[in-house]
Ligand binder design. Structure first.
Ligand code: PAF
Length: 282
């Protein structure tokens, strides 16, 4: 299957308009590239919902903090394009920074509530960068349906909020997290892990699974969270940003006692130079 690559909003819109005029449904998978099986599963999911699939690859500078890995973030467009074509993607939108943020750009989309705890605290400004670029990408692509990975669960909930609040005419679908055999959630940043760190990284998910089993058996949230943090410290993680059990919808805090509503356990921890995140339904 051949993959069309466009770099301007005008070219993207022209192709999407042509598909829509032919009565075709359009799906969209925004990414920052360095694609892996997790991204490709989102493309395949989009394909089940639409006749045409657009993916974007744009390493968005505004969602990286000053001391984060924007410069080091892995970039390989030729490889990404080949993988996208193989997964059934029709069009790759790969804009430049100047196309996305032309001179004079002055608008930011900020979301209160759901974007404030967890990564909102650990990465100030991150979700404003995500909400702004995703609002732009959804508006640029004019897709009927957009698919985002549940791996970035807080991001997914922030995007759902933006789409509802700004009446964006697009259906948002969450795709399940793809994992390695030991449970490690697939992530472009896993490429930073050394051989020695890789087995330790898998323990993040193992600790979370153990926590879920305890919660399901009626254990208190506060005790389970504290135990999980201690287990990650013991495993060799240098910094634990959070391990928290939160409301599955708005990510508000639960009480300290046993889980009393649909919940999600979310964790972020640093191993060497790599910051890992993961989450699972409780
Ligand atoms: O999840 C990502 O890869 C990015 O945050 C996204 C949604 C493409 C916005 O830059």
């Amino acid at each position: 299957m051949s993959l069309q690559i466009v770099r301007t909003v005008a070219d993207l819109r022209a192709q999407v308009a042509a598909w829509k005029a032919a009565g075709e449904r359009v799906g969209f998978v925004p990414t920052m590239g360095a694609l892996h099986e997790g991204h490709l599963s989102l493309v395949r999911l989009a394909r089940t919902r639409a006749q045409r699939v657009v993916a974007s690859v744009f390493v968005n500078p505004t969602q990286f903090g000053p001391n984060e890995d924007f410069d080091a973030y892995p970039r390989d467009e030729a490889r990404d394009a080949e993988l996208l074509a193989g997964a059934g993607c029709d069009l790759l939108f790969a804009p430049t920074v100047a196309e996305m943020y032309p001179d004079g750009f002055a608008t930011t989309v900020t979301v209160t509530g759901v974007s404030e705890p967890l990564d909102g605290q650990a990465r100030p400004g991150h979700f404003a960068g995500v909400a702004t670029v995703v609002s732009k990408l959804l508006n640029q692509s004019q897709a009927h349906v957009a698919v985002f990975g549940e791996k970035d669960y807080q991001q997914l909930q922030v995007i759902r909020r933006v789409v509802r609040d700004l009446d964006l005419p697009v259906e948002i679908v969450g795709g399940p997290t793809a994992r390695a055999e030991d449970g490690l959630a697939l992530s472009s940043r896993n490429a930073y892990l050394t051989d020695a760190e890789r087995p330790i990284a898998g323990q993040l998910n193992q600790v979370m699974r153990h926590a879920i089993a305890e919660l399901n058996a009626g254990a208190r949230v506060d005790a389970v969270e504290a135990k999980a943090v201690a287990a990650l410290e013991g495993a060799g993680f240098a910094r634990i940003d959070y391990v928290e059990v939160r409301d599955a919808g708005d990510l508000s805090r639960l009480g300290p006692g046993p889980v009393d509503r649909p919940a999600r356990i979310l964790a972020a921890a640093v191993l060497g130079k790599t910051r890992l995140i993961d989450n699972m339904a409780v």
